[in-house]
Design a protein around this ligand. Structure first.
Ligand code: ATR
Length: 322
């Protein structure tokens, strides 16, 4: 029987697997018997070939979505990751096409593409059609459907306050895209009457006229059971700055309600609108972070077909759901 010879003592490749870390205690450096320090061979990390889920928008870098979506994907034991994909308008069609080809398993869509993306898809869910906006793309094979979970996310965020029964009336501040989505959430919540107040009252009138709903819509302000703020005034301002105070001041004469929701959120502290509500003594105040997490959770359920771990997702961005 032929016994292979012992490896020569200075054969680094053969000596390495049996070597002991002896180079200053650094476990990644081995000393071969020749006395020459050599790096430990790296075992390549397994490549994650699972298609990611994208967030398409411009800008997207500031987004908190990867934080709670990746926490949820790990919790569900799924190999996919959630990634921002910076997408200027000129690249939107290509990005959608890549999803159709299976490069990504689905996507969220954020500003400025929520309206435009629908034209690139194969179908729209009813809520997306009514909201005139898509924030979620779901792929079934090559067929892409647009959904709107901003509406259902807001509904879930509000529903925690109203387990005993729906508010009857609501005051909606703003008349843009977010206001339209908020109206659909209010409709699902069971609200019967909504007052829409907007800086440009023509826009409020147009929204009240165009939305097909059984709710009674009025233009103007009235004291209601619930107030929802959807304007972009003061977005991005930092508490205790002149700009923040100025934005809060605009809302000081709001006819407040027991419950006040702001679809905007701020990582820095209260939004100007919620600062004004606090100053006025409103106790039930919530910002748009809860809506953001719930819209993400609703999207995750559409992509995976599994129940989203909502508490874990809320915890991942530091919000308790009251
Ligand atoms: P979004 O999709 O976020 O709703 P949008 O459609 O551009 O954005 O709507 C922005 C909303 O914020 C509108 O209701 C806008 O009021 P106008 O219709 O009068 O423009 C409101 N808004 C923006 N800046 C504002 C400001 N400085 N004061 C009051 N409302 C403001």
């Amino acid at each position: 029987m032929f016994d292979p010879p012992n490896p020569p003592q200075d054969n680094v490749a053969s000596a390495l697997p049996f070597g002991q870390p002896r180079h200053g205690g650094n476990p990644n450096v081995y000393v071969a018997t020749s006395g020459v320090p050599v790096p430990r061979p790296r075992v390549p990390a397994p490549v994650n070939t699972a298609p990611p889920i994208w967030l398409l928008g411009d800008p997207v870098n500031h987004s908190l979505s990867p934080r709670f979506q990746n926490a949820a994907l790990r919790h569900l034991g799924l190999p996919n990751t959630y990634r921002t994909r910076h997408t200027p308008a000129s690249e939107l069609a290509d990005a959608v096409d890549a999803i159709r080809r299976g490069v990504a398993m689905g996507a969220n869509v954020t500003l400025p593409h929520k309206r435009a993306v629908g034209a690139h898809l194969d179908g729209l869910a009813t809520l997306a059609t009514r909201a005139g906006a898509v924030n979620t793309i779901v792929a079934e094979g090559e067929r892409l459907t647009g959904h709107n979970t901003d509406v259902t996310g807001l509904l879930r965020a509000l529903s925690r306050w109203f387990v005993e029964g729906s508010p009857r009336t609501a005051l909606l501040l703003g008349a843009g895209g977010a206001a339209r989505g908020a109206l659909l959430a209010l409709e699902r919540l069971g609200v019967e009457e909504v007052w829409i107040a907007n800086r440009t009252s023509d826009a409020a009138r147009a929204l009240a006229r165009e939305l097909d709903t059984d709710m009674a819509l009025h233009v103007g302000r009235a004291r209601c059971d619930l107030v929802i703020h959807t304007t972009s005034l003061g977005v991005g301002t930092v508490p205790d700055t002149a700009e923040h105070h100025k934005a809060a001041e605009v809302w000081s004469d709001t006819p407040w309600a027991p419950w006040v929701y702001d679809v905007c959120y701020s990582a820095e502290g209260p939004t100007p609108f919620l600062a004004a509500a606090h100053a006025a003594g409103v106790t039930h105040r919530l910002d748009g972070l809860t809506m953001l997490v719930h819209q993400g959770a609703d999207s995750l359920e559409l992509w995976t077909g599994q129940p989203a771990p909502r508490e874990l997702m809320l915890d991942a961005v530091g919000v308790g759901d009251d």
